[in-house]
Design a binder for this molecule. Structure first.
Ligand code: NIG
Ligand code: FE
Length: 407
């Protein structure tokens, strides 16, 4: 009878455990896994029994880096169609806001997503998920937001759930019905907000279709007052909130989501010091999206020094979407976080592991390598954590371990 299912030895383990120094490294570390959980963690030298008797499978990592499975905590991965035409328009001088005001942008993806069948939507989204999984992503958040009515939002959320069920990845779903005002509610945004609050959120909550509620609080999205209404409805239906906040201007979105003890404020380029302090007080995570910053050629940096000073946890995510972040690469985003935002590799790896788990409210289960947590792990063909941020165009994944759903 073996003690563990799997024993990994001689790994350079970046535990990313809270309170540990930097990456929480264990040199020549070892991990015992049973039923998808980390049952033992220590050094290889600390194993006194004969190794072969301990586990069904023994893996000698030969000094390679082992990290927690990566977590992509903000994506719009489920959508239909393609917006390379808008990418081209932007390079010819038309702004993201102008494209949106002319009925393009989010609304052009809404058109394609509404028209797609469930199976077409699944088929178009799957390669994006697979690309992220190949890079060691073991947990992903997927938003709706290109349906903008109950039926189409539900279709998106169910596609996201099915992607999780049929592929070896943990999916958290977020309702983003307040992403844009749908064409049939043009000039009647308040009526659409009422629909979200009185019909869409209640139904989604009863069906258990989403884990969280998000909104786009912006001049081209929803106002502070409309967002507040949506958060009030979310609270009534027992759903946590997060927000696309202060991406293009400061509407006080980050402070608003903190007021509702929200999980995260995302983008936050234009957030004020007051908002940063409110986030610190509420424990709201700052989710930074450097790929969208780069694609939009944004020049206003998020208030990173203030986040550091006030101990606001920072997470990093792809924002994978057809408009502002046409990318299914978390590793590229990690490099961008270092270069565009001057974050250190420790901050970045923390941002796609422990703090990303915090942004999804699942920090007790995943995000670090600690006793009792799920054994979502990635073994890499490199020795140093900084290598993951450093070299581009090289996928160093050697092996991915994912706990089964019910472990
Ligand atoms: O996170 N800002 C709003 N939503 C997305 C963009 C969606 C799109 O352009 O399709 C974002 O940047
Ligand atoms: Fe987004």
């Amino acid at each position: 009878m073996f003690k563990w299912d799997t024993l990994i030895i001689n790994a350079n383990i970046a535990t990313m455990a809270e309170g540990a120094h930097a990456y929480g490294m264990i040199d020549k570390g070892a991990i015992g896994i049973l039923n998808g959980r980390i049952e033992w963690l220590g050094t290889t030298a600390g194993i006194t029994n004969s190794i072969d008797t301990l586990a069904k499978e023994v893996i000698d990592a030969q000094g390679c880096l082992l990290t927690p499975g990566l977590i992509d905590c903000h994506t719009h991965l489920v959508f239909a169609g393609n917006r390379s035409d808008e990418f081209e328009q932007r390079l010819n001088g038309v702004s993201y806001q102008e494209i949106a005001q002319n009925g393009g942008g989010i609304l052009s993806t809404v058109k394609a997503t509404r028209a797609a069948s469930f199976d077409e939507l699944y088929a178009q989204s799957l390669p994006r998920l697979q690309a992220l999984m190949c890079e060691g992503v073991t947990t992903i958040e997927i938003k709706s937001g290109y349906g903008l009515n109950l039926e189409a939002e539900l279709k998106m959320l169910n596609v996201a759930k099915k992607l999780g069920e049929e592929n070896n990845i943990r999916v958290k779903t977020t309702l983003l019905a307040a992403h844009a005002v749908p064409p049939e509610y043009r000039h009647k945004a308040d009526d659409y907000v009422d629909l979200i609050c009185t019909e869409i959120i209640p139904k989604i909550s009863v069906l258990g279709a989403a884990d969280c509620i998000d909104a786009f609080c912006e001049s081209i999205g929803f106002s502070h007052a409309q967002t507040k209404k949506i958060f009030d409805s979310a609270s009534r239906w027992g759903l946590p909130v997060k927000l696309h906040a202060d991406q293009l201007s400061d509407l006080g979105g980050a402070a608003l989501v903190a007021e509702y003890s929200g999980l995260s404020a995302d983008h936050v380029e234009y957030s004020s010091l007051k908002s940063v302090k409110a986030m610190a007080k509420a424990g709201t995570v700052a989710v930074l999206l450097p790929y969208a910053f780069y694609i939009l050629k944004e020049t206003k940096l998020p208030p990173i020094e203030a986040f550091r000073k006030h101990h606001v946890p920072i997470a990093i995510s792809t924002d994978c979407n057809p408009g502002t972040a046409p990318s299914s690469s978390l590793l590229t985003t990690m490099n961008k976080a270092c270069v565009e935002f001057s974050l250190t590799p420790v901050e970045v790896l923390t941002g796609v592991t422990r703090n990303a788990a915090l942004a999804l409210g699942i920090e007790d289960e995943v995000g670090s390598i600690e006793f009792g947590k799920k054994a979502d792990l990635v073994l890499w063909h490199c020795k140093q954590p900084a290598d993951l941020c450093y070299w581009q165009g090289m996928n160093r994944v050697k092996r991915i371990f994912t706990a089964r759903k019910n472990d």
